[in-house]
Design a protein around this ligand. Structure first.
Ligand code: DGY
Length: 281
């Protein structure tokens, strides 16, 4: 707080809360450069009110995050962490027909909730696996539907039809706990839920219940409501959930590019050339 009070600019990560109290206790703050594409850690309305610019790091992490999303989907469907633990725990006695049998990915139905840049990049990967794609988004993307072979559908329909459901929506008041008890109840028993956007888009207690009661088959999670989570978190304790520590964009190349863009925003702004990637004009 002491440092931010006097600062002209703040470079921050998604784990830093830039809230009303912090913002209203600054004297010279002109720019906040967030090293993430999501910016739910920043009170945007208060920043706007005080004419403080906010920047994020779009585009540079799209493909890397889509890679992780699709890998997590595959690892969850094919029970890869469970299978790896099986060997570590010295349980591999003999081959048997249904030992660690998972779910097919190819030619299944993928439901993408939040068709932004990352959603589109995930859809491209899914197309290569012969999957059919349903999507739900705040606005319809007519021009992308043909290219991605994606069909727009209502949220509830996507929940009941898709084999895999991926949360890629940003966290806002509208999307908080979008995936709640009712949403999990609408999914197929065989559904696999993947969350790579923000933990707040799902009601974790409802998800734990849905996984424990096998209302849905499995979940692959890179994000949680309250990060970091401890090893005794109920989701970590479940065999049918894979939990990762928010590593969607974590490749060396992409993290370097994010850092670079973050700093470029600050330098360009103070050089008088304006921010490169502001989140609002
Ligand atoms: C983001 O950028 O918002 C991701 O969650 C971290 O890369």
């Amino acid at each position: 707080m002491k440092e931010t009070k006097q600062a002209d600019g703040i470079v921050c990560m998604l784990t830093e809360r830039i809230d009303k109290e912090l913002l209203e206790n600054t004297h010279h703050l002109k720019i906040i450069a967030n090293m993430a594409v999501g910016y739910d850690n920043i009170d945007i309305e208060v920043a706007k009110k005080h004419n403080i610019i906010v920047t994020n790091t779009p585009d540079v992490l799209t493909e890397t995050t889509a890679d992780l999303t699709f890998s997590l989907l595959m690892a969850t469907a094919r029970r890869m962490t469970e299978a790896s633990d099986y060997i570590r725990e010295d349980k591999w006695g003999h081959w048997s027909p249904f030992l660690l049998a998972g779910t097919d990915i190819h030619h299944k139905k993928l439901g993408i909730v939040g068709m932004g840049r990352i959603g589109e990049a995930v859809a491209k990967r899914a197309k290569g696996f012969g999957m059919s794609i349903l999507y739900n988004n705040r606005t319809r993307k007519y021009e992308k539907e043909k290219e991605l072979n994606a069909v727009y559908t209502e949220f509830d329909n996507l929940l009941s039809e898709a084999d895999f459901i991926i949360s890629l929506v940003p966290l806002t008041n509208r999307t908080k706990h979008l995936f709640n008890k009712q949403a999990f109840q609408k999914m197929k028993k065989s559904a696999i839920f993947i969350n790579v956007s923000r933990g707040g888009t799902m009601d974790e207690k409802a998800l734990v219940n849905a996984l424990k009661s096998q209302e849905i088959t499995a979940a692959g999670l890179d994000v949680f409501e309250d990060e970091p989570i401890p090893s005794d978190h109920p989701l970590v304790r479940l065999d049918n959930a894979i939990c990762l520590p928010h590593i969607g964009s974590a490749s060396i190349e992409t993290r370097k590019a994010m850092l670079h863009l973050c700093m470029e925003n600050v330098v360009s702004f103070f050089d008088g050339n304006g921010p490169k990637t502001p989140v609002f004009e």
